[in-house]
Design a protein around this ligand. Structure first.
Ligand code: ATP
Ligand code: MG
Length: 121
């Protein structure tokens, strides 16, 4: 498949946390428009892999391309194009749903009018 048809690509993706080898040379090539299940036992490195693909943490070694961007170098650009639903609740509990949406929208640099239409019920 041509590079334009690939949404996520990773080669030799590896991440260590001290002595722990969390991800060991993962190879991924995921086409655009595909629903892709990523399964494995607890502690097998799924979240660590996803966090690297999103550019939230750096790989110890290996290469990543997501939507044509070189990650983690272009992680800021990628952040505007993707959404990541975390496993644990990661919003501010002392803000309302609307306040959380507005806060995140402002971080993602949506203008005020785009923000209003995006958070309209
Ligand atoms: N920030 C961290 N510091 C140290 N070790 C970590 C860190 N994050 C993950 N690990 C370790 O890396 C390994 C992989 O963890 P990870 O959370 O990626 O697994 P997982 O497949 O998402 O597990 P689960 O199914 O429980 O969500 C585990 O041994 C974990 O303890
Ligand atoms: Mg996990």
């Amino acid at each position: 498949m041509s590079e334009a048809g690939i949404a996520i690509e990773a080669h030799g993706l590896t991440r260590r946390f001290g002595q722990v080898l969390a991800v060991d040379g993962a190879e991924l090539s995921i086409p655009r428009g595909r629903i892709y299940g990523f399964l494995g036992p607890n502690g097998s490195g799924k979240s660590t892999t996803i966090r690297m693909l999103c550019g939230l943490i750096k790989p110890t070694s290996g290469t990543i391309r997501v939507l044509g961007l070189d990650i983690p170098r272009q992680a800021e650009e990628l952040r505007r194009l993707i959404g990541y639903m975390t496993q644990r609740f990661s919003l501010w509990e002392d803000l309302s749903t609307r306040e959380n949406l507005e806060f995140l929208a402002s971080i993602y640099t949506l203008g005020a009018s785009a923000r209003r239409s995006a958070s309209r019920p």
